[in-house]
Design a protein around this ligand. Structure first.
Ligand code: HEM
Length: 135
């Protein structure tokens, strides 16, 4: 693997994993009543997700996509398909969740946020699984 592809591949793998872990940490923090650190950690999760999208797009434009052709291909395709659909679903969910929080509308935020967190964690975990298939 050329060095640039290696950096883009491992950078996207690291950032998507850390963004999922940050969301888990943010949920734990708010459940413990720590709203200030919930806000900070969720902001970190959003920044990591944005960096991931940048690295992922750069890799997709510069290098051919990795293709898994092993004996688990049907499972791989199922995970890839659900990951792709859920990552598209995640974008408006994150925008609405952030908007409600930043406007101080925390009742609305509390209603939608558990779905956002669940979808986000699924996208990060399935993304990591796809990386594992391709490594
Ligand atoms: C997209 C990023 C975010 C996600 C995924 C998220 C997720 C969550 C979740 C799962 C809860 C718990 C809901 C429940 O009680 O069941 C929550 C509560 C809360 N969030 Fe967020 N959050 C995000 C960003 C923010 C931001 C940026 C702020 C601050 C500006 C914020 C402020 C709060 C507050 C104050 C609560 C507690 C509301 C209450 O208990 O009355 N969140 N959030």
């Amino acid at each position: 693997m050329p060095p640039l592809e290696w950096w883009l591949y491992n950078g996207s793998r690291t950032t998507i994993g850390l963004s999922g872990l940050s969301v888990i940490a943010g949920v734990v923090l708010v459940r413990l009543g720590n709203r200030e650190w919930h806000k900070r950690v969720m902001a970190v999760a959003c920044v990591l997700a944005l960096i991931f999208v940048g690295l992922y797009m750069a890799r997709s434009m510069l290098f051919p996509p990795p293709k898994y052709h092993g004996e688990w291909r049907s499972i791989y395709l199922w995970i890839l398909g659900s990951h792709t659909i859920m990552s598209v679903v995640n974008l408006p969910l994150v925008i609405v969740t952030l908007y409600l929080a930043l406007k101080g509308r925390f009742n609305g935020h509390k209603r939608v946020a558990p779905y956002t967190a669940a979808v986000w964690i699924f996208v990060a975990a399935s993304g990591w699984t796809i990386f594992l298939f391709n490594s």
